[in-house]
Design a binder for this molecule. Structure first.
Ligand SMILES: NC(=O)c1ccc[n+]([C@@H]2O[C@H](COP(=O)([O-])OP(=O)(O)OC[C@H]3O[C@@H](n4cnc5c(N)ncnc54)[C@H](O)[C@@H]3O)[C@@H](O)[C@H]2O)c1
Length: 429
């Protein structure tokens, strides 16, 4: 096209636009029609999009991990849609906060802003009753888990519930019934199931079954600084109160590790334990030595302690006939865990975190969304959101797992009381 043709063409377009504008000005319904067509276009774009408004109840220590994960998920929503090719474009958003101590909710909101903040004795119930809240994270002391779960399920809200799920397995059964009745997602915060080193162990065990020989013993020790001292690092005094926490170090802390081993080794056969209460808080044990025998023959010996040191470290030594694995998870370290393997006389080598992370995300079929901290809480919350996206009332981290590990823990306490071995009932799991 030469320059004269171009000018003619531009003139025609301009004349058509002017004609169009004049016609629009003469049309008395022009503004209404314009608004309607905009609305239609908007509706078309948003038809497949849904915001999941998340409410956090309990703005304390663990809430920070979850709020951070939710903000990462919000920012990575597009990647999640692409992965699932889901028809519904779901985006999780931190929408509301609730805490009985209003100042805690206010302070939390400085770092993780939310549209609504509920404060005071009825804050949690008000958040659950808010019709704009779709899913709740229940992150309060254990004593209040059951009431909130039953109320949230009845209101049709999806539930991410921190561990221990409840005071008793029977209370967890009630939660499961409510989940099924009201068709909501109920996930329990058994975060080891979303920890890549624990997950990777399964692969190591199956890949090397022949080469390493039998898995003979797992020796586990964990010592954590007392989490209830009211110093700035450990302000949660409720953990030394049996009425709020129900029990001590095994129930509150090492439930994770016992559940992690169950996720790898399967059903427990029997348990034997000695439990002590050095700090003198009734019902709050701070020393547990337990032998847990799995049905596959593996013996897992657990030593769980609370200490007064500035020390927080889990260690696993997993012995095979011809090899060993050492796992060190120092709670004060940036690294989630260090995993070392040794086969016969060959030099011990470390498995890189990236190797374990990549394998984990691939196996669970989830996008390895780039996160500043690709920690287990992020993967755990991603699984919760995906259970909602998939309209799946059973999350991958089933409430049944929470019930099972608590049945085993009860058996451990019972063994200490009767001074004898306790067999795990067959019907469990
Ligand atoms: N998965 C994990 O690794 C992990 C780690 C720590 C704690 N947890 C669990 O998370 C839960 C909370 O523990 P935390 O360490 O964050 O405790 P925390 O004491 O730090 O925080 C609890 C918050 O809940 C508020 N609260 C108490 N009762 C409430 C109620 N009825 N309604 C509303 N708000 C209430 C408190 O004011 C506080 O702000 C517990 O179940 C605990 O076992 C899990």
């Amino acid at each position: 096209m030469n320059s004269e043709d171009k000018n003619n063409s531009a003139r025609k377009v301009a004349e058509a636009m002017v004609d169009n504008m004049q016609a629009n000005q003469q049309n008395p319904n022009f503004d209404d029609e314009k608004e309607r067509s905009f609305q239609e276009a908007r509706d078309k774009v948003f038809a497949n999009r849904k915001i999941i408004n998340i409410g956090i109840i309990g703005c304390g220590g663990i809430a920070k991990n979850h709020a951070f994960s939710i903000s990462l998920l919000e920012n990575n929503a597009r990647k999640i849609w692409k992965w699932k090719e889901s028809k519904q474009k779901i985006k999780p958003v931190l929408y509301a906060l609730a805490d009985i101590e209003g100042s805690k909710a206010e302070e939390f909101a400085q770092h993780f802003p939310a549209k609504k903040i509920y404060k005071g004795a009825n804050a949690g119930n008000e958040l659950i009753d808010d019709p704009d809240v779709d899913a709740v994270f229940i992150l309060v002391p254990t004593v209040d888990h059951l009431g909130y779960v039953l109320r949230a399920a009845e209101k049709g809200k999806h539930i991410m519930l921190e561990k221990p799920a409840a005071f008793s397995p029977d209370d967890i059964r009630k939660m499961i019934e409510a989940r099924d009745k009201h068709k909501v997602v109920l996930q329990v915060g058994l975060v080891m199931r979303s920890s890549s080193p624990i997950y990777y162990l399964k692969k190591l065990l199956s890949d090397n079954k022949e080469k390493w020989g039998s898995l003979t013993n797992i020796v586990y020790s964990d010592s954590q600084q007392k989490p209830y001292t009211n110093d700035p690092t450990h302000p949660s005094t409720w953990r030394r109160d049996k009425n709020k926490a129900h029990a001590g170090v095994l129930f509150e802390h090492d439930i994770h590790d016992l559940d992690g081993m169950i996720s790898i080794l399967g059903k427990v056969d029997e348990v034997y334990a000695k439990i002590k209460y050095f700090a003198g808080y009734a019902g709050i044990e701070d020393s547990v030595a337990a032998l847990v025998t799995f049905k596959n023959g593996v013996t897992f010996s657990m030593n769980c302690m609370w200490n007064d040191l500035n020390y927080d470290c889990r260690k696993y030594e997993i012995f095979f006939e011809k090899a060993k694995i050492r796992i060190i998870a120092d709670g004060r370290d940036e690294k989630l865990a260090e995993v070392f393997v040794q086969y016969l006389d060959e030099p011990e080598y470390e498995i890189e975190m990236k190797t374990m992370d990549d394998y984990f995300f691939k196996q669970i079929g989830m996008p390895h969304v780039k996160a500043e901290i690709p920690g287990p809480y992020y993967a755990e919350d991603l699984r919760f959101i995906m259970a909602i996206v998939e309209n799946n009332i059973e999350s991958e981290i089933k409430a049944e797992y929470g019930k099972y590990v608590q049945e085993v823990i009860e058996a451990i306490y019972h063994s200490n009381e009767i001074g004898n071995v306790v067999k795990i009932r067959e019907k469990l799991l």
